[in-house]
Design a protein around this ligand. Structure first.
Ligand SMILES: NC(=O)c1ccc[n+]([C@@H]2O[C@H](COP(=O)([O-])OP(=O)(O)OC[C@H]3O[C@@H](n4cnc5c(N)ncnc54)[C@H](O)[C@@H]3O)[C@@H](O)[C@H]2O)c1
Length: 439
């Protein structure tokens, strides 16, 4: 089985299946399609599959023309029919891994995908988990579900883990340009996964097993969460001392070694950084250990929206207004610059707190025309506002939560009454700086 699949991969005859066609899955399809493999994409969301079949993309950096080309060239077949999982020689799993209501790992999407695969699992298939998760998930959660098919891992079918490192909105890196860490359940599985990815990405990084690859991804994201918390905490301290944290970071990053710049903001957002470290804390508890850095970082980052709201209150106070009945427009609902992804965005927390305090809140985000439903927030129906001079002038406070390139910061400061800037987005604005409050 192993040799046969290796030959299929080597000759690019292997069909690559991707389960979960979201921010990670669709760019992965692109990497394999570009490498000359036939791909088949599976998603339980019929709406997404229908859009793809109609040649429409729902991910900003994947244009419609690519989808149309792939479908016309038969290099990509989207489907919601999970019975077709048997057609793929390699199945790459890119489904969500959120936290549940008590902030413990929710691996139910991996489990349900595993059950789908087990139903049609056939000898000679390779299954690779790409979703971010705690060390041990592939071996202890996914493999037992697949083994229930009656086939044997390492002999009949093969399993590996290779974390996705997609950085949405970063034009310098596509999925194929980022080195890929690969760990197998056993040597045979490793060889197959390693060979497969070596065609699609710039570099593969072999590691001893799935657990190392899983831990590697969590380390990368924990490193970001902790460092962002550090600068968020220092932002509060330096602000009290009358020191501009952004200027400090810009100066510090001129050191050519030993320092990497991280930037403060209104909190932490996205599907990864606010969530993944807690997968590790949960696991640590099973080993009677606590991950103190993760807990402290979480506490600081979660507290940032409240800090920002207090800054808004101070700024309004300066013009003799309370938050109640003030017109406040939040600029940017996406969790980071130039993306259309609202997941875990602190802007929603800001919206909720300001509404609860009686403000008349609106928002503007060129990437999010309408507010979507959110898992953890009660979101009112709202559409993005155009930042015309009249509209800007009608607001008591403009709160910059995301530093999208599309915003005209000169105009925002010129026409606004007060601008609370959580991203140092107005740093180049020359006129009207007295209206800007950094937060
Ligand atoms: N978004 C990122 O920047 C990023 C970066 C690196 C890693 N990751 C990780 O990659 C994984 C996927 O993240 P994403 O951002 O692509 O999520 P996403 O929500 O954009 O996409 C996941 C897709 O999986 C589909 N799905 C859910 N259950 C399914 C099932 N049982 N069968 C088939 N499809 C199913 C959903 O409908 C959705 O389209 C997560 O573990 C995430 O932590 C994300």
């Amino acid at each position: 089985m192993h040799q046969k699949l290796l030959q299929l991969i080597d000759s690019k005859q292997a069909k690559v299946g991707v389960v979960g066609l979201g921010y990670v899955g669709l760019p992965l399809i692109r990497a394999f399609a570009n490498a000359g493999f036939k791909t088949i994409g599976y998603d339980v969301d019929q709406t997404k599959v229908k859009k793809l079949l109609a040649g429409e993309s729902y991910i900003a950096h994947i244009p419609d023309t690519w989808i149309k080309e792939w479908i016309a060239g038969k290099t990509f077949e989207p489907t919601a029919d999970m019975a077709r999982l048997k057609e793929a020689d390699a199945i790459l799993i890119c489904v969500p891994t959120p936290l549940n209501d008590s902030r413990d790992p929710d691996v139910s999407y991996i489990e349900s995908t595993g059950r789908f695969i087990a139903k049609t699992l056939r000898p000679g298939q390779l299954v690779v988990l790409e979703s971010t998760t705690y060390p041990g998930t592939t071996r202890d959660v996914l493999v037992p579900i697949l083994n229930a098919s009656g086939l044997t891992v390492g002999k009949d079918f093969f399993v590996a883990y290779s974390p996705e490192r997609e950085d949405p909105g970063n034009p310098n890196y596509t999925a194929s340009g980022i080195p890929k860490v690969v760990g197998g359940i056993d040597q045979a599985s490793f060889e197959l996964a390693h060979k497969l990815y070596s065609f699609a990405v710039v570099k593969t990084v072999p590691v001893s097993n799935c657990e190392v690859a899983e831990a590697c991804k969590i380390l990368e994201n924990t490193y970001r969460a902790v460092n962002i918390a550090l600068v968020n905490e220092l932002k509060i301290l330096f602000d009290r001392m009358g020191i501009d944290v952004w200027e400090v970071i810009d100066a510090a990053k001129t050191k050519p070694f030993g320092f990497q710049a991280f930037y403060p903001g209104p909190g932490l957002g996205g599907h990864c950084i606010p969530i993944d470290p807690f997968y590790l804390s949960w696991l640590a508890r099973k080993y009677q250990l606590t991950t103190r850095f993760i807990e402290v970082a979480g506490e600081i980052n979660i507290g940032m929206p409240m800090y920002v709201v207090n800054k808004v209150a101070d700024a309004l106070n300066d013009i003799g207004k309370p938050i109640r009945d003030s017109n406040i427009c939040i600029l940017g609902m996406a969790y980071k610059k130039d993306v259309d992804d609202p997941r875990e965005s602190p802007s929603f927390e800001l919206l909720e707190i300001l509404l609860a305090r009686g403000a008349n809140v609106t928002y503007s985000d060129p990437h999010i025309p309408k507010l979507p439903k959110m898992r953890h927030h009660d979101v009112p129906e709202m559409s993005s506002r155009d930042l015309t001079p009249d509209f800007l002038g009608s607001q008591d406070c403009l709160l910059i939560a995301t530093d999208h390139t599309a915003f005209d910061y000169e105009s925002i400061v010129k026409h606004g009454r007060i601008v609370v800037d959580t991203r140092n987005a107005t740093k180049l604005v020359k006129q009207g700086r007295e209206k800007i409050r950094k937060a």
